[in-house]
Design a protein around this ligand. Structure first.
Ligand SMILES: [Zn+2]
Ligand SMILES: [Zn+2]
Length: 282
């Protein structure tokens, strides 16, 4: 695939009730949008279609993961759209803010308005009426975080399950709280990392869709994965029995592999039932 094609070509992958749009190639650019959740994971480039999406979750400050931010911010600013919420690793916030201000001055001799929100591992962020994001710790050459998105729903408390509608209504009227909140995982995103934070949130393994980097896949590239702090396919194979995700979307493949090598190598490592769960977005 040529670089020109990379710029204009965007893939769309259906994962149950979610549509993952975007593309990811190691060192070139990574950007995904999930329209149904009004969010973007990483913004290595910013397709015009992404401008109206209101929440951006950045994994780390390597160029191929955030360089679409000036386009996202300036296009909204010029169109008079209120700033989107941009979640970024806390320890890069000051620098990225300075960079954005400098680009803004260079671009229009003015300052764009934008909203950067610092995040740290273990944060719980309520970002829409019914959606929360948990920040997951990753390990990479710079600070990197993953995100687990959950839907918050109100459910009838188990002790009231056997009551009729009118009995529940009467309880409510008397001031009894008959519901409690439950969180249902929707999608998890692991940007660049050398480790998979399986033990850092109990719902990660339950997420119906897991989007994960998988930069290196061949046995001879194991050392390269360690040196550059990226995942190797071996690690995905190892965790597959622990994760229940119906959609395991592998991304961020190294440019050293052609499409045929990627498909053959990856699918040869999984059982038939696991092959059905694996999807490639490259
Ligand atoms: Zn990357
Ligand atoms: Zn990186």
């Amino acid at each position: 695939m040529s670089l020109i094609q990379l710029v204009i070509y965007m893939l769309e992958l259906k994962c149950d009730d979610l549509t993952v749009e975007g593309q990811s190639l190691s060192g070139i650019s990574t950007y995904f949008r999930i329209r149904e959740l009004d969010l973007i994971f990483d913004l290595g480039r910013c397709p015009i279609a992404f401008i109206g999406t209101n929440h951006v979750f950045i994994s780390h400050f390597h160029l191929d993961h955030y360089f679409g931010l000036p386009i996202y911010i300036s296009q909204r600013w010029m169109a008079g759209i209120s700033p989107g919420k941009i979640f970024v690793p806390a320890d890069g916030l000051h620098q990225i803010s300075q960079i954005l201000d400098q680009i803004s001055k260079l671009d229009c001799n003015s300052l764009w308005t934008y909203e950067l929100i610092p995040v740290q591992p273990n944060d719980r962020i309520e970002f829409r009426n019914n959606l929360v994001a948990y920040v997951l710790p990753l390990t990479h050459r710079v600070t990197s975080v993953g995100y687990l998105i959950c839907e918050v729903r109100k459910k009838l408390k188990p002790e009231f399950h056997k009551l009729s509608g009118s009995e529940i209504a009467a309880l409510k009227k008397s001031g009894v709280t008959v519901t409690h909140q439950v969180e249902l995982p929707k999608v998890a995103y692991l940007g660049d990392t050398s480790t998979i934070p399986m033990n850092d949130h109990p719902l990660l393994a339950e997420s119906p869709t897991l989007i994960s980097e998988c930069t290196f896949i061949l046995p001879e590239d194991r050392k390269k994965a360690i040196d550059t702090m990226h995942l190797h396919l071996d690690q995905i194979v190892e965790i597959m029995p622990r994760i229940k995700s119906r959609n395991v979307v592998l991304t961020h493949l190294s440019r050293r592999y052609d499409t045929a090598t990627i498909q053959q190598t990856i699918f040869s490592r999984f059982s038939r039932s696991d092959q059905e769960r694996i999807k490639l977005l490259i």
